[in-house]
Design a protein around this ligand. Structure first.
Ligand SMILES: [Cu+2]
Length: 353
């Protein structure tokens, strides 16, 4: 309601200003009543073009300075640096082109402003000029696209020769479940039709499949550092998207099919917590939390950095909170953690009793 009233007030104020300007204009005694722009008007508009140019450059610099720090820290996966380099090259090219073309656009708008007695030159076409401004973007774009395709092919190369750790990511409104393939590193077959909540078969595993028995179902993702992981994604209900921003990884989870993505984590959670960008972000966030806490009297725990798996498709009302913690640790710690988990078979036996 308050928002509606605020909006109504804003609209009314805008109308009032508009009407007042009209009255002001009418009350001015003007010798020149012509609606046609004169040299002075054109010159003023030409200067305004420069002012606008300064404004867009200014806001770009301001955004970089103020919001540059909210960008993601260094990539925590092997392919992440290739991905970041591709992004950097694209952005540098876009920025160079944009800075030059915007300056030219605004300068020419000023230079060729209307002047009394000045007539526009009739200029039909120039094949050479057209050739140049066609061929340059063609070469640059073809280069970018080919380089992008090459990078993407490398990233999505899911190769069993690397002996990847196989993990299923199961998406449903509004949470994630992970399933490790167990000692045989092969996931047992599963289908939504076999879901049996009463018997704790939450992912619909086929109990008669020998590969399913040693699968491990968890709510927290642990990954050994330096080992390639092959994620196989499923969705129970609608489109979701498994997004692991720190690893520069994202793949849609589509009901009725299995999608895949592989990456190798290169920094453990502990190592990433030492990263200067992460340290700074944690300090910044905790400062805001402390201020809020002091303001409201509510106790807010300080935040500690963790890798996350997020959903990146708007899948429903609690989409914003669909996430799972990821812990990257040494092989030794990972093995220790894995040994403490229960297999699918043992949980089913426990629920049968
Ligand atoms: Cu989702």
């Amino acid at each position: 309601m308050t928002t509606l009233l605020t909006l109504a007030v804003l609209v009314l104020v805008a109308i009032a200003i508009w009407q007042m300007t009209k009255i002001f204009e009418l009350s001015q005694l003007r010798t020149d009543n012509s609606e046609v722009a004169n040299d002075k008007d054109n010159k003023n508009n030409g200067y305004l073009m420069f002012a606008f140019l300064v404004f867009i450059y200014g806001i770009t610099i301001f955004s970089f300075a103020k919001y540059g720090k909210v960008l993601l820290p260094e990539a925590a996966s092997e392919h992440g640096s290739d991905y970041d380099l591709l992004m950097l090259i694209s952005m540098v090219i876009i920025f160079i082109v944009q800075i030059i073309t915007q300056a030219l656009l605004h300068y020419f708008a000023f230079k060729y402003r209307g002047e009394k007695g000045k007539r526009a030159l009739f200029y039909a076409d120039n094949n050479r000029l057209e050739f140049i401004w066609t061929i340059i973007p063609v070469i640059v774009l073809a280069g970018l696209i080919l380089y992008g395709l090459y990078t993407w092919t490398n990233i999505t190369d899911i190769n069993d020769d690397d002996d990847p750790l196989v993990i299923e990511l199961y998406a449903q409104q509004f949470n994630w479940t992970a399933r490790y393939a167990g000692a045989d590193n092969t996931l047992g077959s599963a289908n939504v039709r076999m879901i049996d909540i009463d018997r704790a078969n939450v992912l619909g595993l086929d109990e008669s499949d020998p590969y399913a028995g040693d699968d491990v179902i968890v709510k927290e993702l642990h990954l050994p550092v330096g080992r390639k992981v092959n994620f196989k994604m499923r969705s129970q209900d609608v489109l979701h998207s498994a997004y692991m921003p720190h690893f520069r990884a994202q793949m849609n989870c589509v009901p009725g099919m299995i999608t895949e993505f592989s990456f190798t984590p290169v920094y453990t959670t502990e190592e990433m917590r030492q990263n200067p960008d992460v340290v700074e972000k944690v300090q910044r966030t905790n400062k805001i939390r402390a201020e809020k806490s002091a303001e409201t009297g509510e106790v807010i725990d300080p935040w500690e950095f963790d890798y996350v798996l997020l959903c990146n498709k708007i899948c429903g009302k609690s989409h914003y909170n669909m996430q799972m913690k990821i812990i990257v640790e040494s092989e030794e710690d990972y093995n220790k953690w894995m040994a403490s988990q229960q297999t699918f078979k043992s949980t089913m036996m426990a629920s049968a009793q």
